[in-house]
Write a new protein. Sequence first.
Length: 92
Amino acid sequence: MEWRCPTCRAPYKGGNQCYRCQTDLSRLLAIQKQADELKSRAMYFFREGRPEDARKAIQKSLFLRHDSESERIEILILASAGDFSRVLPLLK
């Protein structure tokens, strides 16, 4: 997923600072990393047969960073638990 500097909208090219305006991006990168770790944890819990832990982890991940992959994981977790009343509104 391509993202942009929140200050000047320059495309992110790596590093802890925006190449254009020098904005410190380290906090945003830390949030992204935490969201990715929660997403991985959700899949681990799902594979281990712990749907409630998986649901909590993916919801925390989505709170930090909303992306389509996390949405699909949430749908998978909810559907496998038979919670279709919560799945249907998520299908767009």
